[in-house]
Design a protein around this ligand. Sequence first.
Ligand SMILES: NC(=O)c1ccc[n+]([C@@H]2O[C@H](COP(=O)([O-])OP(=O)(O)OC[C@H]3O[C@@H](n4cnc5c(N)ncnc54)[C@H](OP(=O)(O)O)[C@@H]3O)[C@@H](O)[C@H]2O)c1
Length: 430
Amino acid sequence: MSDKSLKVVLLGCGSVGSQVVRLLTEQAADLEARVGARIELAGVAVRRLDAAREVEVPAGLLTTDAAGLVARGDIDLVIEVIGGLEPARSLILSALENGASVVTANKALLAEDGPRLFEAAAKAERDLYYEAAVAGAIPIVRPLRESLAGDRVTRVMGIVNGTTNFILDKMDSSGAGFSEALEEAQELGYAEADPTADVEGFDAAAKAAILASLAFHSRVTAADVHREGISEVTAADVASAREMGAVVKLLAIAELREDRVAVRVHPAMIPRSHPLASVRGAYNAVFVESQAAGQLMFYGPGAGGSPTASAILGDLVTVARNRLSNTTGAGESAYADRAVQPMGETHTRYHVAIDVEDRAGVLSAVAQAFAEHEVSIQTVRQEGRGADAQLVVVSHRATDAQLAATVEQLRTMEIVREVTSVMRVEGESE
Ligand SMILES: NC(=O)c1ccc[n+]([C@@H]2O[C@H](COP(=O)([O-])OP(=O)(O)OC[C@H]3O[C@@H](n4cnc5c(N)ncnc54)[C@H](OP(=O)(O)O)[C@@H]3O)[C@@H](O)[C@H]2O)c1
């Protein structure tokens, strides 16, 4: 037994918080040995004292006074798992001001207001750790912040939202439409009753901002991320991807382009041979490309109370050790101060499906529209459908602006009945 102890306060005891309490209790002896001090749970703040909990919280620890808890002045470590912007932000700032180090899983807050929190941590000479904020249990913050700190990361591409990956995987494996797959995800507990944050890409965009900031040593917030969700992805898009040996995934992509940072979240087709294509169900993965190390992939459960609590406890051990040795770990690294590239300048390949009249000259007229905007065509597939036909065009790399202008022109053409689908194609070497 160690004669030292560190006081820990937990803010929030829901899906994640309850598993943090469980691990703190079950692994108390190991944690003490690893840290070199006893980790003493000094308080658990919740909204409702009488709510049913997945774990038994030791008597007398539950309180609704989160602000009072973090301002006590004798707290060494605060774990924030309330989520959302407020009161989480004020509580974290208060915890730091009152001398505690902070571990949080709050991606929404970090992506919105990270710089302010990191500045507060630096000023207070305390740690602010957040491994659990991106891709749950998967170690990705630490690899980017520490293991790859001597390398030059050029691209991070991730499947960082389990709900959308489950839905797209279902659409791919069963031919289901979006609504049907979403319903199944909700029945199985993979999607919330209000699935907006997941299916419209807000959750992935927050994680993309955090990943981009870490990878490119710059401040990137959620507002810098181009975001498109998956609610418009159709069974036909998924089938079309399959025909070209690809699969549709919601990707969070952060790239270094001419010393600017390009960050986006959108559905895209990737070849089935790409490592990210094999990420099934609600799993997450982050694929990192760097100059010296080459390609790395980090894979695992991206959510869930217990996996997320594992990442939190990992941070807790590091932060606790730092407290004991009166030091802090790596803080924010934003020295590069890179600008964000506008989405219109982003280069990628595109898959465009167009319903056209089935008559002579249509193909060349469509090809002409692409050529006018300097979008060169890699392949065209044509299927006849009575008086109509469908053309599926896959382009070489072009900018988003060039492609948008091409599609706009196609929509005005008499021979074009409808542009039925426009989707980016990612994951092939440039
Ligand atoms: N769930 C996951 O799989 C997962 C994965 C990665 C990251 N995260 C992140 O982890 C955080 C927590 O997520 P969660 O799923 O555990 O959420 P949750 O189940 O909704 O739990 C939230 C907890 O916060 C408490 N709370 C809410 N408002 C409060 C207030 N004003 N003062 C004190 N306590 C308050 C709630 O109290 P009551 O219980 O009394 O209502 C509840 O215990 C979020 O930032 C989330 O993004 C979650």
